[in-house]
Design a protein around this ligand. Structure first.
Ligand code: ZN
Length: 187
């Protein structure tokens, strides 16, 4: 979801919405300095940290979805690769070192202009702790997963696909679109 821009980040004058010449969409345009401020989707990178048969989940200490469980994931920073972002988020939220495997799920959420990517992840040892944004971090067997208390549809769908593939002994990559009623924004 793009936030409204009221003042030009370059010259601080008020901006207005207009369709620039040669374009076909409304943009924030600054008449004072001529800048056009484009807004584009945000990318969220995460992973499924696995130790043996168990999956590591974090209980969110921040809104939105405070108190609900999630896979470690967050917004990419400038200058990072997708894999670096996923590894960094696992460290920040769960203080866990993850060996990333292949990309597993990729979701488009056009209603909030976000793209989610989750990698497979391996934990060499069960060392983890709650980071700043987590109330608790725990390893779960499949039958212990708190399905009714998951923070995001992308997480629910990723876990569902993960366990179903593990039972079937296969390993695929899943590219899906999620509709508005199935997912809210991540903070
Ligand atoms: Zn300006």
């Amino acid at each position: 979801m793009n936030s409204p821009i009221n003042y030009c980040p370059q010259c601080s004058e008020p901006v207005r919405q207009a369709i620039p010449a040669g374009d076909d969409r409304l943009r924030h345009v600054c008449d004072a300095c001529g800048a056009i401020h484009y807004q584009n989707p945000k990318v969220i990178a995460g992973c499924i940290p696995v130790f043996g048969e168990q999956v590591l989940l974090c209980r969110r200490a921040i809104e939105p979805r405070l108190g609900l469980w999630t896979l470690p994931a967050g917004f990419m920073e400038l200058g990072e690769t997708l894999a670096e972002a996923a590894r960094r988020e696992a460290w920040e939220e769960a203080q866990v070192e993850v060996d990333l495997g292949p990309l597993f799920t990729l979701f488009s959420l056009p209603h909030i202009s976000q793209v989610y990517a989750f990698f497979h992840g391996r934990m060499a040892e069960p060392r983890f702790a709650a980071g700043e944004e987590s109330l608790d971090v725990r390893l779960f067997h499949e039958h212990e997963i708190p399905w009714e208390e998951l923070a995001f549809e992308t997480v629910r769908r990723t876990l569902q696909l993960y366990f179903s593939e593990r039972r079937a002994g296969i390993c695929g990559i899943h590219v899906e679109d999620l509709a508005p009623d199935r997912h809210g924004p991540i903070g």
